[in-house]
Write a protein that binds this ligand. Structure first.
Ligand SMILES: C[S@@+](CC[C@H](N)C(=O)[O-])C[C@H]1O[C@@H](n2cnc3c(N)ncnc32)[C@H](O)[C@@H]1O
Length: 333
């Protein structure tokens, strides 16, 4: 007779401790301190403004998780840390880690209330109200951390999303709510003759210029709910629809459909839920994350089709990309 062991449950009990070790090491600057070369716990603890014993425990925890290596008494960054945890690395995920530590972790501790009430936790956790992005962009530092987080994570998917469908028939694309422009840059790189516009709120466009400088991507400031959309025959929405309520999604998709010429397209980058809604786990974790910090949710391909059909689109295709974000292409006929 087979007996199910408790390991999956034990792993889940421990999962948040592992996340918090990663978050704390990044926020205390461990990987930057080690960027110049290996160091002992004592000198590192001074730079971390921590006690030597507790600092050594955090460092050894990082060794156990594969984030640091130990050579005798010296700690050093692993290749994984140098690539993805160092703030200065082009592939850094430090922005998303800091945002997870400062914003998501406290809000997730109220998941039970979010589930009971069906709403985000900004007011309960941080005590203020306002439009969704006034939370994410409350201070310059909050905005920078969030956008660098979007950039680090987005870069992992945008090349795969840009390659998911043949987009060669389109002449001019506009990435609505494109943040730093990683998706517009990926499409511009793949289709050298396509005009590419990055459209986002004015305070984001200001910041995005650092990323689009020297490229063919043209930054344009505006509000996709209120301002005229830039002229395009291909619009893209990367992680936008999962932020908003059904009413706001209907309004946005309606505006996009109206602005498109016949034959125009809308490319959506989101995590797709399985059709039976039984997986995959990262998409469900993201859907709960959306419950905790936005008005939105994740959806299956057929749930996106329903929204797109209601907006007037008639031809839809979905692709699992193998990257963190999947792709849906809708055509206006
Ligand atoms: C979750 S982020 C996704 C960013 C980017 N598409 C990506 O995948 O990395 C949402 C983006 O929508 C932008 N945004 C929010 N409200 C907007 C509005 N009303 N008009 C234009 N952009 C908006 C935000 O500034 C932010 O860059």
């Amino acid at each position: 007779m087979s007996q199910t062991g408790p390991q999956p449950v034990l792993d889940l009990i421990e999962a948040f401790r592992r996340s918090k070790v990663l978050f704390t090491a990044v926020s205390m600057g461990v990987f930057e301190h080690l960027a110049a070369g290996p160091e002992e716990a004592y000198s590192l603890s001074l730079r971390m403004e921590a006690g030597e014993d507790a600092a050594a425990r955090l460092l050894d925890g990082c060794v156990a998780l594969g984030l640091l290596e130990k050579r005798g008494a010296l700690y050093a960054n692993t290749e994984l840390a140098a690539l993805y945890l160092l703030r200065g690395s082009p592939q850094t995920l430090a922005g998303y880690i800091l945002y997870s530590d400062r914003v998501l972790y406290p809000m997730w501790s109220r998941l039970d209330d979010a589930v009971r009430e069906g709403t985000h936790r900004w007011k309960q956790t941080f005590g203020f109200e306002g439009g969704l992005f006034s939370h994410f962009f409350k201070t310059e530092d909050d905005k920078r951390t969030f956008l660098l987080g979007m950039h680090g994570l987005g870069q992992l998917s945008s090349p795969a999303v840009a390659a998911a469908f043949d987009l060669s028939a389109f002449r001019r694309m506009a990435d609505l709510g494109g943040a730093t422009g990683h998706l517009a840059l990926a499409i511009a790189g793949r289709y050298p003759d396509m005009e590419t516009v990055l459209f986002d709120l004015p305070e984001v466009i200001e910041f995005a210029r650092e990323f689009t400088a020297g490229s063919r991507v043209r930054p344009v400031a505006g509000d996709f709910f209120g301002d005229p959309l830039p002229t395009a025959d291909l619009y893209t929405l990367g992680r936008i629809l999962h932020d908003w309520s059904q009413d706001k999604i209907e309004a946005l998709l309606g505006r996009i459909h109206e602005a498109l010429p016949v034959g125009g397209g809308l490319l959506i980058a989101e995590k797709l839920l399985d059709e039976d809604l039984a997986g995959p786990a990262p998409a469900h974790m993201q859907s709960l994350n959306m419950l905790v910090c936005t008005e939105g949710r994740e959806r299956s391909f057929s749930q996106y089709c329903e929204l797109l059909r209601a907006a007037g689109f008639t031809e839809m295709r979905g692709e699992r990309t193998g990257a963190p974000l999947d792709a849906v292409l809708a055509i206006k006929k």
